[in-house]
Design a protein around this ligand. Sequence first.
Ligand code: HEC
Length: 164
Amino acid sequence: MKPHLLLTTILISIPMSSFSGSPPESNGITYPEGWQAWSTIAVSHRTDNNTLRVILGNDVAVTAARSGETNPWPDGAVIGKVVWKEADLESWPAAKVPNEFVHAEFMFKNTKKYGETGGWGWARWVGLDMKPFDDGMQICVACHTPVAQRDWVFSDPAILPTEE
Ligand code: HEC
């Protein structure tokens, strides 16, 4: 195989290249480019539907999380949650690992702009092709209502050792 053909074959088999350009808006919100490189705030495991989740933040959200400024979260914070179906690790089945990608969803803090939905804009992109969810923010808000007093966020930042 010629080298450039080999490279093309490798590139098109990387799952992350399964959409091109920026995915369309979800609930009127622009896709947050580059979220794959954000830092981790927390993780969770749902035993009712066997999924693993990582909760991420942009710089504003991560700085707020690390300094405990999470009620309220500052304007400009974006919190993401990435969901995978879980599978057994083949070489150690008691370990559950991420398998099929389900979706990535985001809360965008902007107190003024999103005053009617708790101060957050709510958006979700589904599947590796990042199909935008467009059924409105109320579905999200309704389910997050039990934590309205925690600025609508369920997760506590995971405990981390700090460096002096
Ligand atoms: C059926 C209830 C339900 C619905 C609907 C729902 N969420 Fe959540 N969401 C949760 C729960 C419970 C958690 C925390 C535990 C977990 O899933 O990791 C959570 C966590 C999150 C987080 C991580 C921050 C946090 O609150 O812990 C984001 C971001 C998020 N949801 C966004 C959304 C968006 C955007 C929508 C709508 C497109 C949505 N959610 C709809 C229940 C829901």
